[in-house]
Every structure is written in C-alpha cells, then in structure tokens.
Write a protein of this length. Structure first.
Length: 68
C-alpha cells in the first residue's frame, strides 16, 4: 500500500470552514497552499501501472514541510 501525505491544499470548501483564509498554507516552506491540480499527479501515478513495483511508500507532498 502506498499513500500521499498532502500539506495544505486549497479547495472550494476552505472558505466555508475557516473564518480567515488569508494565512491558509502560509506556514509551509513554499508559503502557499497547493492547488488540487498540483496534487493530482501524485495520486494518479501511484494508481498507475508505472507504480506497480512501488510498495509501502508515502509521497511527501507538503510544500517542503518535513513529515514527523
């Protein structure tokens, strides 16, 4: 099994769940949240035949924030 560990990702739901969105994603080293189109290739790759020999991996897609 493989996984994607996303950092902050901007979606249409963010404004509905946060009173102040101006700082959302600012804490990542890239200084902004990811866009869904930036995250999708990681999921598509892991679901593709090209990833058939990859197991037990976590794709760190956090904008530079290290995983614990």
């Amino acid at each position: 099994m493989n996984a994607v560990a996303p950092g902050p990702v901007w979606t249409p739901l963010i404004p509905a769940t946060m009173p102040d969105t101006t700082k959302f994603g600012e804490q990542s080293p890239l200084g902004r949240p990811a866009q869904p189109a930036e995250m999708a290739p990681a999921y598509v790759f892991l679901a593709s035949p090209r990833a058939s020999y990859i197991t037990g991996e976590i794709v760190n897609a956090t904008g530079g924030t290290p995983l614990p």
